[in-house]
Design a protein around this ligand. Structure first.
Ligand code: NDP
Ligand code: HSE
Length: 430
């Protein structure tokens, strides 16, 4: 057997401790598959005294994570700290400069600095492996970068944030409050250090930017993504969705359109019988459309210690085997500059919910505005009767243009009988 692959791990939280555990628990299997042992020789975290539920008496402890890059007893640097800047970025740069392969679960780092890091890695003849950065235990990076390498991919759509999917699922099934369920997701180790990254859609957007870069062979400017989170998804919208035969999911969608690449993260109504609508809890799912492969649907656990550690260790096994794939599936210089379509260019159907005073003529005013903007309705719902008081009205449109919907909603919101800003949820046929 060849000499061991020596691994330095920075960050020993949910994922880092999970990787140490997995490498110990499956040492023999991993050595057999990799053709040589994979051993942890050095580690770093902030608090040396913290109990982490793993044995750490063998590896060298570094107080400064960046020192792992210079440790002669480390072949591969694994970054499991998190964040697009600070220590994580400094460690990535130091590892690459030191000629060491770099493994990370850090989608923020790759979404923001992926192109520059790939250029540096190519110049230093090392690679960056990041299976764990997207969809936890689902091997979607491998699927796009290797399995579908012969295809032009036209569309990537998925549930990319386990925390949001968990929250939306529990809110729907148990009719519980958003805040209470978020606290539960944090306790289970699914949420980011700053959970607003999860619930405001930023984490899903980081992952979508990575998938889009791989799928379309393009440099994606993270700032060009349209991002909405789940804070404004209310119990009433979840109930109306159920009544209309939909489920609300936070989706990340990257697709080639006539107006350019559409890149968006937002809550969406998905017909309840479509496979993606049935993906619940912390599970993620990704639908890939290749021109020769046809549709490929992947589903699995998108967050948590075990699934994420599984993806990190898969990258380590590849490196131990000597497999080095170009960071973005092709040379960085071969990537195209993406032309991004603004969200106002989107065509689709919409769920609109208004809170209006129950009085004669309100619906006539609303539908007249929709008519003026060329928006046709598929259905309308109003329950109960409360003369002179607030009632919710739901309108479902046929396919239309987002710019027209925005213009109509601005006029509808200004009607005296409309009491709150209208709610808009895009309908995705999938
Ligand atoms: P945690 O917050 O659980 O762990 C972060 C670790 O980084 C801690 O051990 C912390 O040290 C250490 N750390 C923080 N700052 C520094 C620093 N300046 N120098 C050295 N170590 C530092 O995060 P997770 O394990 O959840 O996430 C790690 C990465 O994996 C992130 O990029 C995240 O986005 C990604 N990820 C997480 C998933 C999950 O399910 N949790 C799933 C997929 C990806 P200490 O323990 O001493 O405080
Ligand atoms: N916070 C992320 C999630 C972790 O909930 O999906 C996995 O990347």
């Amino acid at each position: 057997m060849l000499k061991p692959l020596k691994v330095g791990i920075a960050g020993l939280g949910t994922v880092g401790a999970g990787v140490v555990k997995l490498l110990a628990a499956q040492a023999e299997l991993i050595a057999a598959r990799a053709g040589r042992p994979v051993v942890v020789t050095a580690v770093s975290a902030r608090d040396r005294t913290r109990e982490r539920g793993v044995k750490l008496d063998g590896p060298t402890w570094h107080d400064d994570a960046v020192a792992l890059a210079q440790d002669p007893d480390v072949d591969v640097v694994v970054e499991l700290i998190g964040g697009a800047e600070g220590k994580a970025k400094a460690l990535a740069q130091a590892a690459i400069a030191a000629g060491k392969d770099f493994v990370t679960a850090n989608k923020a780092l790759l979404a923001v600095h992926g192109a520059a890091l790939a250029r540096a890695a190519e110049a230093n003849r090392v690679t960056i492996a990041y299976e764990a950065a997207v969809a936890g235990g689902i091997p979607v990076v491998k699927a796009l970068r290797e399995g579908l390498a012969a295809n032009r991919v036209s569309r990537v759509a998925g549930i990319l944030n386990g925390t949001c999917n968990y929250i939306l699922t529990v809110m729907r099934e148990e009719k519980r409050d958003f805040a209470e369920v978020l606290a539960e997701a944090q306790a289970l180790g699914y949420a980011e250090a700053d959970p607003s990254f999860d619930i405001d859609g930023v984490d899903a957007a980081h992952k979508l930017a990575i998938l889009a870069g791989l799928a379309f062979g393009a440099r994606i400017g993270f700032e060009s993504l349209h991002i909405e989170g789940i804070r404004r998804v209310s119990a009433i919208d979840i109930a109306f969705a159920r009544e209309l035969g939909y489920r609300i999911k936070l989706l990340g969608i990257a697709e080639q359109t006539g107006a350019g690449i559409s890149l968006r993260v937002h809550p969406a109504m998905v017909p309840e019988r479509k496979p993606i609508a049935t993906v619940d809890g912390v599970f993620n799912a990704v639908l890939l459309e290749g021109d020769f492969s046809g549709p490929v649907f992947l589903r699995g656990r998108g967050a948590g210690e075990g699934p994420t550690a599984s993806a990190v260790v898969a990258d380590l096994i590849d490196l131990a085997r000597g497999i080095r794939v170009p960071v973005w599936g092709m040379a960085e210089s071969a990537l195209a500059q993406a032309h991004i379509a603004p969200i106002t260019e989107l065509n689709g159907a919409y769920f609109l919910r208004l809170s209006v005073v129950d009085q004669p003529g309100v619906l006539a005013d609303v539908t007249a505005i929709l008519r003026d903007h060329g928006i046709s309705l598929e259905s309308m719902l109003q329950h109960g009767r409360a003369p002179g008081e607030a009632v919710p009205i739901v309108l479902v449109t046929h396919e239309t243009h987002e710019a027209a919907v925005n213009a109509a909603l601005a006029r509808i919101a200004a009607l005296p009988a409309v009491l709150e800003p209208p709610a808009l949820i895009r309908i995705e046929p999938q």
